[in-house]
Design a protein around this ligand. Structure first.
Ligand code: M6R
Length: 616
């Protein structure tokens, strides 16, 4: 949460920083602010609301030209989304500006200490203390901003990325990181720090991953990184494997629509290169030995939100293929319930961003209990893969819309690859059996493409439901997590009551929610390979229809039986049962997107949310 960017180089810093903030706005949009240094003077502009408000302010009250600057887009934690709580925060003498992502847990004590020393604080944030602490530490650090940052960080508790500039050192940007994202962009005569490479990919694709508890100092021509104890740090360079156009709307009205449309490509990319010349699955990034994988007695998936739903889908496939029990846990609950994890457990953390704090904490807990850990992640260089024993990257490309779409499909693909790999290593499936599933998976980019043909039909139906106060989603087998995902999308985008249920559970309570006109979206299992479930879901439809529900069925082509039981039918291509989530989710994404559009909501930046949830 919160997007931060720092720049020093040869261009107008404000342009680079505001461009970076535009790319990072998905991380939070409660307020935005910038600071630059020109002629030895620090100047700040900040404004509550989206970046556009700051841009208006900058038009009315321009900043001087400068080649050093920082910028911030906020997701509020401490203190409401006001102008005064917006970052940057400035020291009392007006010389130091600080931006921050994360939470400084001991800020109350620090505030008290500063107030007792006579410092006037002008915001309710936890961040502001850092600006005053840096000002206090600078003299003792011989006016070296890096030294002051190291000394301030030693007294901070919690998770933070901090970026600071000092008017007396106009060519330097200093940043610190603990449990919160920070990457460095290496340019030619210019350097960058940011929460995410998206902020600087317009200018360079050369980047550095920082480790935990490190401070980086950049000038236009140098980058130096030290650990919090002052020792030189090891950093890992990497090249960003997508270009700036991937983070643009590319002719679509919304990032979400673009990302929905990109799903066939994302699925194809996530499958590419996974089979060797002998037709065996090879997972290059998976650095767990076959011996380790053979000794696993249990798989535990930890994840949040959409990624949790991907884990729920994966459970059906992994258990079916490997006969290893799979538990799927909400990451935020995992470590607080004394879970049974040990050396025979493979804990899979699924996270698009690789920065979700709940998932990171669950992963760390599992690692501390001796479990083997594997990350399924879309963001190279992020914390979760860095802290895992092994990683399997999804190749969805940048996902900018807050609502997750292509990440979900590619997380399912990656989890399936892990399942098949486990089955291969443990001899649970024969080579032809694995090959047959891989063939099915390789058909999926085309199938997802066909599922995109539903877009216009779904949009028309969604418009008809736009005034509904509540929408229920039901499914069975892998259709159950799809129902949960459909409901989550609708909640976060259309701000309406939406719930997903296993269809069999309806009669155990939720059916009481049904009244005349309530839309029920039904993810219908295939009548071919899931005939029993198909019959049972028809019974569930009958039960809710008898009580006034309006049925929107997501059913496969050729499922004629469903027609007479539904008010609307959206057809998805015929695929094997375990592949169904990859096609049936698509219309549900479009449904939520269209409902939100019909209500006039900001689809890409829904209220109260942020893309990357870096606080617990
Ligand atoms: O980056 P992650 O995959 O770890 O994010 C997990 C959830 O916060 C995320 O999937 C969230 O639920 C989505 N906004 C839902 O669309």
């Amino acid at each position: 949460m919160c997007g931060i960017v720092g720049y020093v180089g040869r261009q107008q810093a404000l342009e680079v920083v505001v461009g970076g903030l535009r790319r990072l706005e998905y991380r939070g949009y409660d307020s935005a602010g910038v600071a630059v240094i020109a002629d030895g003077t620090l100047s700040v502009r900040k404004k509550a609301g989206k970046l556009v408000n700051l841009q208006t302010l900058l038009g009315e009250d321009p900043l001087p030209g400068s080649t050093t600057g920082i910028g911030h887009t906020r997701w509020a934690t401490h203190g409401g989304p006001t102008d005064s709580n917006a970052h940057p925060h400035v020291s009392e003498d007006g010389s130091i500006a600080v931006i921050h992502n994360g939470i400084i847990e001991n800020f109350a004590e620090l505030r008290q200490e500063l107030t007792a020393a006579g410092v006037q604080l002008s915001s309710e944030t936890d961040t502001e203390v850092v600006a005053h602490l840096l000002a206090r530490e600078l003299p003792a650090a011989d006016h070296d901003l890096t030294g002051a940052m190291l000394s301030v960080c030693s007294g901070l508790e919690g998770a933070f990325t901090l970026v600071a500039i000092d008017a007396r050192h106009p060519d330097v940007v200093v940043a610190a990181r603990r449990n919160s994202p920070l990457v460095v962009g290496i340019g030619d005569g210019e350097n960058f720090v940011a929460s995410d490479v998206a902020a600087f990919v317009d200018y360079t694709r050369q980047a550095l991953e920082l480790g935990q508890d490190q401070v980086v100092t950049i000038t236009a021509t140098s980058v130096s990184v030290v650990n919090f104890d002052g020792t030189p740090a090891l950093v890992t360079p990497f090249e960003v494997d997508w270009d700036a156009s991937a983070a643009e709307k590319g002719g679509f009205d919304l990032f979400m629509l673009k990302e929905i449309a990109e799903q066939p490509r994302a699925v194809a990319d996530s499958l590419r290169g996974r089979v060797d010349a002998d037709n065996r699955i090879q997972l290059d990034e998976m650095h767990l030995s076959e011996q380790d994988l053979r000794s696993i007695g249990k798989v535990v998936v930890v994840a949040c939100g959409t990624a949790f739903h991907a884990g729920m889908v994966a459970k059906y496939a992994i258990e079916h293929w490997t006969r290893i029990p799979v538990e799927v846990e909400l990451a935020s609950e995992f470590r607080y319930r004394d879970p049974i994890v040990g050396a025979d457990c493979l804990v899979i953390a699924i996270s698009q961003s690789g920065e979700t704090m709940d998932t990171l904490m669950a992963l760390r807990y599992a690692a501390a209990q001796g479990a083997r850990t594997l990350a399924i992640c879309n963001t190279v260089g992020s914390t979760i893969p860095r802290e895992s024993d092994a990683v399997l990257y999804t190749y969805a490309g940048p996902e900018i819309a807050v609502a997750s779409t292509k990440a979900f499909l590619t997380q399912i693909i990656a989890s399936y690859l892990v399942g098949l790999y486990l089955a291969q290593v443990r001899g649970q499936m024969t080579a032809p059996e694995i090959h047959a599933v891989m063939d099915d998976l390789n058909d999926m980019p085309h199938a997802v493409d066909l599922a995109l043909d539903t877009v216009d039909g779904v949009r028309a139906i969604a418009r008809q439901f736009a005034d509904a106060t509540s929408v229920l989603f039901i499914g069975r087998h892998v259709g159950f997590p799809v129902a949960l995902e459909g409901a989550l999308k609708l909640k976060e985008l259309a701000y309406m009551h939406a719930e997903g249920f296993a269809a069999g559970e309806l009669k155990h309570g939720p059916i009481a929610l049904i009244e005349e006109g309530v839309p029920v979206v039904v993810v219908v299992p295939s009548p071919r390979n899931r005939a029993v479930l198909h019959d049972k879901i028809i019974s569930a439809i009958q039960e809710v229809r008898a009580r006034g529900a309006v049925i929107l069925a997501i059913a496969e082509e050729g499922d004629d039986k469903i027609t007479s039981f539904a008010d609307h039918v959206i057809r998805v291509p015929i695929v094997p049962a375990l592949m169904q989530p990859l096609v049936s989710t698509v219309p549900l994404q479009v449904f939520a997107c269209e409902m939100a559009t019909a209500k006039g909501h900001d689809v890409d930046q829904p209220r109260n949310l942020a893309k990357s949830v870096t606080v617990e």
